[in-house]
Design a binder for this molecule. Structure first.
Ligand SMILES: Nc1ncnc2c1ncn2[C@@H]1O[C@H](COP(=O)(O)OP(=O)(O)OP(=O)(O)O)[C@@H](O)[C@H]1O
Length: 622
């Protein structure tokens, strides 16, 4: 079964499972069992929020407990003092948790990594003190008593009705979570998790994505808090401590942080196991630690990861169409890239200093559409710095960069990408957890946007965009020879194929100009053939290509124009033959090892490989 078919089956099965869980009270199950299922639902809501931040976006924001506490105390206070209405309390709990989630996540916008984890754990430690400050309203350290039985529009809900609401709302949240996780937004989170630089390169604002993740992940924690307050009619600050934070983390890791339904499995294990056994209290922290170690070290992506791997093996046995990751791309019949409007990339007087070191010194050149402009020079001559200046990763100290008529210097990296500057990296940046097809599609997100709401609710706009993305990605995969590998995990591919994939991603974004950073390094003869074919195809499609490359044989064969840098300055500009015979270029660069190929084939064989590839490319076009 293909992943799409598996997803469809899961989608069809979900209402049946939810329906069955909803009718459990009428099947004669004990009150204790119904309470247990309710607790699993509540914990799974909180864990799902952590899965979103940690598993999908890679943010170590571990502060789910304060958001849960905020939802619970807001519900308790409102139900006792303002209005006892479950819907009102749910709404307030979600809004409060989202606001808190964004505010407490703010350090993550700057800190990231372990600093964010420690900050979020610190906020957990503050909960009792904060509750104590509002002691007269929130019951202080003794707890908040007297939360009434939940009601909706004045009608009290009995235990079974409340149970159905909890299960129904949890099921709806998981449907939304799943819709987002498998969509372009989920893919954007995975891109951010892989690398903020990659996120920027595909035009995703890391700031906006992080804020979205913090807000989204807070919503289920707020809901869970609301349900928990009504379930027990009592709230104690001691419930919302470090131990609960560790339970949530253990459930997430054990179930599988990069998974939707893993949150339910992890929550169920924690609720049915350790949290039920009173005699176990003494050893609880040791056991949670063990769960974390087992889940984190032994199970890649927890139990969900184990299930996925078993599913994949079964699919291979019954004859999956997915090609193995190490399979070479197949030769495509024709080069068929969507035509783009290439725009000239103009650099005027670009200067960048790092302290006293002038890395790029008054550099000017123009890269034309439908041409390959190569940027070459010895190590440390400023090529990468110049690429980073064009991409908006660094700010210029002087000068201007334009794409067509638009000045792009001064814009942030993701804004530059959105204006139409694509990029590949010396070490290909391919997100873990995405298939080849989905990785190509990520290039399209920033320039063709679909709202989170349209995605979460599967509105027509979502389906239209998905359809267009699939058609475009199939066309690009055909040209790259990757059709057989459409469903293969992209990160597992061989180096040459990953480089192709980066090119496909830039093409999918409809980039007017593409910056290629040492695109041939580490490639073998077959890879070079494929690369030359694709690069000439991109040039013929009208894209402006700026190629940074140490492999002068390749540059000489491919480039229409070469710009040579040395010590941050342009020392020569011209056609390949002119540059190859330029006395200063020979003295400073080519005579000093510029011919060293950086590829996995010898220099003499490289020439013929490139020639053959160019002949093939010409034959393709004919
Ligand atoms: N972030 C940075 N901070 C300080 N100095 C830097 C930084 N990035 C680059 N440099 C310096 O700027 C100069 C140009 O470096 P750059 O990496 O752009 O050269 P390059 O031509 O790309 O070299 P290579 O071919 O080895 O990749 C070097 O002296 C380098 O040490």
């Amino acid at each position: 079964m293909t992943p799409t078919a598996t997803a469809r089956t899961a989608l069809a099965g979900w209402p049946i499972v939810v329906g069955l869980v909803c009718v459990l009270p009428w099947l004669g199950l004990s009150g204790a069992t119904i309470r247990l299922v309710t607790l699993i639902a509540i914990l799974s809501l909180v864990v799902s929020g952590l899965n979103l931040t940690l598993g999908y976006a890679g943010e170590l924001a571990l502060g789910q407990v304060p958001l849960y506490a905020a939802g619970a105390y807001a519900t308790g206070y409102i139900a006792i003092n303002v209005v006892n209405d479950l819907l009102v309390c749910m709404l307030v709990a979600v809004v409060l948790a989202v606001v808190l989630g964004v505010v407490t996540g703010l350090p993550g916008l700057r800190l990231g990594g372990w600093a964010l984890a420690i900050t979020s754990f610190f906020i957990v430690l503050l909960i009792p003190s904060v509750i104590n400050i509002f002691g007269d309203r929130l019951g202080g350290l003794e707890g908040l008593n007297g939360i009434p039985v939940p009601a909706v529009l004045g009608v009290e809900l009995d235990g079974n009705a409340f149970y159905v609401v909890v299960i129904g709302v949890t099921a709806c949240w998981f449907a939304v979570f799943r819709n987002i996780a498998v969509s372009r937004h989920g893919a954007s989170f995975l891109v951010l998790k892989q690398s903020p630089v990659l996120a920027t390169a595909v035009g995703t604002s890391t700031f906006a994505t992080k804020v979205t993740v913090y807000a989204l992940s807070a919503a289920p924690a707020g809901l869970a808090g609301c349900f928990s307050a009504y379930l027990d009619s009592f709230l104690s600050p001691s419930t919302f401590g470090l131990e609960l934070a560790i339970v949530i983390l253990a459930a997430s890791i054990l179930g599988g942080a990069t998974s939707v339904y893993g949150a339910i499995v992890g929550a169920a294990i924690m609720e049915i196991g350790p949290l039920r056994i009173t005699a176990f209290d003494k050893y609880s922290l040791v056991a949670y630690g063990a769960f974390l170690v087992v889940g984190g070290l032994l199970l890649r992506n927890g139990l969900a990861g184990v299930a996925t791997r078993i599913g994949r093996r079964a699919a291979v046995r019954i004859g999956s169409r997915t090609a193995p990751a190490d399979a070479a791309p197949t030769e495509a019949a024709t080069v068929d890239f969507p035509a783009v409007q290439g725009l000239p990339l103009t650099v005027v007087g670009a200067t960048k200093r790092f302290g006293g070191n002038v890395a790029v010194d008054d550099v000017s050149f123009e890269a034309e559409p439908g041409q390959i402009t190569a940027l070459v020079g010895p190590n440390g001559s400023g090529k990468t710095t110049l690429m980073n200046l064009i991409s908006g990763y660094y700010t210029l100290d002087a000068g201007t960069i334009r794409l067509g008529d638009q000045v792009i210097s001064g814009l942030r990296g993701h804004q530059v990408a959105r204006r139409g500057v694509g990029r590949t990296f010396q070490t290909p940046l391919i997100p873990e957890g995405l298939s080849v097809q989905d990785s190509i599609i990520t290039g399209r997100f920033a320039r063709h946007r679909v709202s989170l709401l349209a995605t979460a609710l599967r509105l027509p706009r979502h389906w239209r965009a998905l359809d267009a993305e699939r058609r475009l990605s199939r066309r690009i995969m055909r040209t790259l020879g990757l059709t057989q590998q459409a469903d293969t995990r992209a990160a597992d591919l061989a180096l040459g194929t990953r480089r192709m994939l980066e090119l496909g991603r830039a093409i999918a974004g409809g980039s007017s100009a593409v910056l290629l950073d040492e695109v041939a390094s580490g490639l073998d003869e077959d890879d070079i053939h494929g690369l030359v074919r694709v690069l000439t195809g991109m040039r013929d499609a009208g894209i402006t290509i700026l190629l940074v490359e140490h492999n002068f044989a390749l540059v000489r064969a491919l480039a229409d124009r070469i710009v040579v840098l040395a010590e941050g300055r342009v020392i020569a500009t011209g056609g390949p033959d002119e540059i190859a015979a330029h006395p200063e270029v020979l003295r400073i660069y080519l005579g000093q090892g510029g011919e060293i190929t950086g590829t996995r084939i010898a220099a003499d064989r490289l020439d013929s490989a490139v020639d053959t590839a160019l002949d093939n490319a010409k034959a393709d076009r004919a």
